[in-house]
Design a protein. Sequence first.
Length: 344
Amino acid sequence: MTEKRTEISSVGEFGLINRIQENVSLNNTESVLGIGDDAALLDNGDDYTVMSSDMLLEGVHFDLSYMPLQHLGYKAVAVNVSDIAAMNAVPKQILLNIGVSNRFSVEALDVFYQGVKAACENYKIDLVGGDTCSSASGFVISATAVGSVKKDRVALRSGARQNDIICVTGDLGGAYLGLQVLEREKQVYLTNPEMQPQLDKYDYIVQRQLKPEARMDIVYELAEMNVKPTSMIDISDGLGSELLHLSKQSALGVQIYEDKLPVDKQTYDTGFELGIDSTTAVLNGGEDYELLFTINQDDFEKLKNHADIHFLGYMKEPKDGNMMVTKGDNVVPIVAQGWDHYRE
């Protein structure tokens, strides 16, 4: 009898994570929250210790033909800090593991770690260890960030309540369109190496892709304004995917309004140039590393004049589903078409 074989692509990245989660149990009383949120929680008395891990693989997450090593080092820290921020926590330490081949020199790795150092200084996080090894398949980076949060300040994906206001920081879609520009210029160069990349008018969106920032500034500001998000997640896989995570884990529906989506002019103009609708880039692009969160309606007055927080809609009853009201007043379902490592 042939043993059944299920292709990973048939379940996808999140289906695989769910499958792993179903077969894992927590054995230690300190382990409060395991797989399933932006980070794990460990009981540490008055605080939770917050832990999150991420990988960056050459050829999957970055292309060294246009990713400067210093920016890569910075991004390796920033994307992990973003997961800590998404728990409304403060980062403290990071462990960084790298696998490199002999095509990299010591000087090249010095440049990479200059970026790591700059990010650690910016986010006030300590590089406390890690591992180095050889790699036969390009540059491999794995990092684990550790943070801390008071127990009454932690924000989980599951905490949203009906009628909570859905908020997002910054602007969205830029990182995805920045990637499209970089890939286009790479193909131009490969066709004619004498052609120089034309990136001047795309400076903002290219930076969004190459050197993203974790929104720790928002975490600190929310604390100063005494606003505790009822739920929160960072936007790494596209707004649509992250909204569905909040919906599923909070057991509620979502309603957002297309005309409330924050899009930078350069993002919009570049999308028009490339034939990519900016709303599509916002919902499905990913790598913006902004914070998506919900607040109680009583906190709206505290945030309504914040220049970098935008209000997208509301959490609704589960039966209402997950919907977006378009600019033409049509109601369409929100679907997850963002990045999935195992999609065919």
